[in-house]
Design a protein around this ligand. Structure first.
Ligand code: B12
Ligand code: SF4
Ligand code: SF4
Length: 399
């Protein structure tokens, strides 16, 4: 029997995964060709992942990870709000996302890829003009990440299939997902060594920070797994302290119903009165708990054209968005992740931000919007008028 010792860093293939130097011993004993392929495949998958444009790639085994145990309780407590897809269940009535082995019993490994979407623009916490809106960093982009990540995953899938045909033929199932799979991606990203789950619930990589999109490939191939990324949050609690709507129930746990990202993107129709003030100037998504994270202080920016902001979306003009008409919405946001929200809800968010600015310059626009044919926009505009007039009245009388 021969032993081949490899540097784990070589097996891991891509930069940024924090276990360089750990070595592993692989026993080769009359190794059949297909087993040789499986030993080499992780290296080639990671090389190919880099070639197709991913910044990180790692492999996780399919296991009943401890983090997933809290998922049923999270759903039972209603923390997912109106995101009904999070509740989807299998025929036995079990939550699909709670245990991958149940919905995809064939899956043995999860290839987790990450794409850096950070661009060289200030953070929301660094530019503080309340009279301008804020669209979260990921949503400025030229291309919707579901498309850009899935395109790369599909190319990677094709390469894996080609390897299997060349060396086998070896039969295997390979399936890609971005968001839509029956899987809590961040848990698998942790066990693939891509990053740790921060107290803000985001995956953070020691070198790249947390401005990362995730995409996963489920496969029936039993591939050598990476080591989980160690937690580097330490005693820091900046994200928990900075959240303006107190959406964290505890470290690593979020009540989505209180999160501005949920309120601005997923919540349709009326926003409860008591939550509107906390939304500040956020129009679509929220970056605060990542903006304040020390691991994002030196996060590298990508030069990829697809991630660069569309015109007018960094600190956008609130009256532009609040009065946007369907045709302009379709043109401005064609192929953008912002299309996930309805025009009505985007305008509603802009009206709430106008109210929160307290700026009387918005009064003429708000008066027009109070008569808007869209009843959601109109009712929020009436509330906003009361708030801006009340605040300007209060500031005049206190002088
Ligand atoms: C639903 C969803 C949301 C919801 C709910 C978010 C949430 N935290 O649950 C809302 C709309 C609020 C949201 C917001 C955002 N999202 Co989102 N979202 C998802 C989606 C589709 C599912 C997430 C999910 O399963 N949530 C359920 C909860 C229970 O799982 P979890 O938060 O991942 O939590 C696990 C760990 O926290 C773990 N855990 C860790 N430590 C601890 C400690 C304790 C004590 C316990 C009990 C548990 C625990 O337990 C949980 C598993 O049960 C994923 C894609 C996917 N399929 O995974 C994208 C995803 C998580 N979102 C993403 C992004 C980019 C965002 C935003 C940054 C967008 C924005 N700028 O507005 C914000 C970030 C807000 C935040 N702090 O989470 C990325 C995250 C990338 C990254 N680097 O982590 C993902 C992976 C999408 C992608 N494909 O890239 N999102
Ligand atoms: S995204 Fe914003 S609202 Fe949501 S948890 Fe983070 S800081 Fe709070
Ligand atoms: S702000 Fe601090 S506690 Fe929060 S995710 Fe970053 S390092 Fe962890």
């Amino acid at each position: 029997m021969t032993f081949i010792t490899r540097k784990w860093s070589a097996v891991q293939g891509l930069a940024g995964i924090p276990h360089a130097g750990v070595s592993t011993v692989i026993a080769f004993s009359e190794v059949p060709a297909t087993d040789c392929l499986l030993l080499d495949l992780p290296i080639r998958i990671k090389e190919r992942a880099r070639e197709v444009g991913f910044d990180l790639c790692g492999i996780a085994p399919v296991r009943e990870f401890g983090e997933l145990e809290s998922f049923p309780a999270w759903i039972a407590a209603g923390h997912h709000g109106e995101m009904k897809y999070m509740e989807s269940r299998d025929q036995a009535g079990e939550l699909k996302r709670a245990l991958l082995a149940r919905v995809a019993p064939w899956a043995r490994s999860v290839i987790v890829c990450a794409l850096n979407y950070n661009t060289a623009h200030p953070y929301s916490t660094q530019t503080g003009d309340a009279s301008q809106g804020w669209i979260s960093r990921y949503a400025w982009s030229q291309e919707d990440y579901h498309d850009s990540v899935l395109r790369r995953l599909r190319t990677l899938e094709d390469s894996i299939r080609a390897e299997l045909v060349n060396h086998g033929p070896l039969d295997a199932t390979v399936r890609s997902y971005v968001d839509t799979g029956p899987i809590v991606e961040r848990v698998y990203a942790k066990y693939a060594g891509v990053g740790w789950i921060g107290k803000n619930t985001c995956i953070i990589n020691q070198k790249l920070g947390s401005w990362l999109f995730l995409g996963v490939i489920l496969t029936s191939l039993e591939l050598a797994a990476d080591l989980p990324a160690p937690d580097r949050c330490g005693r820091c609690t900046r994200c928990l302290d900075a959240c303006p709507t107190h959406a964290f129930i505890g470290p690593g746990q979020l009540d989505a119903r209180l999160c501005i990202s949920y309120l601005t993107i997923e919540k349709r129709g009326d926003i409860p009165d008591e939550l509107r003030s906390g939304m500040g100037r956020h129009i679509f998504g929220c970056d605060i708990c990542q903006d304040v994270c020390p691991w994002n202080r030196k996060a590298p920016a990508t030069a990829a054209a697809e991630s660069q902001p569309r015109g007018g979306l960094v600190n956008p003009a609130l009256d532009w968005l609040a009065e946007m008409q369907p045709e302009e919405f379709r043109t401005v946001f064609r192929g953008s992740p912002i299309r996930r929200t309805k025009l009505s809800d985007l305008r509603r968010n802009a009206v709430i931000a106008m109210a929160n600015s307290g700026n009387v310059k918005f009064l003429p626009t708000l008066k027009r919007l109070a008569e808007d044919p869209d009843s959601v926009v109109a009712s929020h505009a009436r509330w906003a008028l009361g708030k801006v007039c009340g605040e300007s009245h209060a500031s005049r009388t206190s002088r």
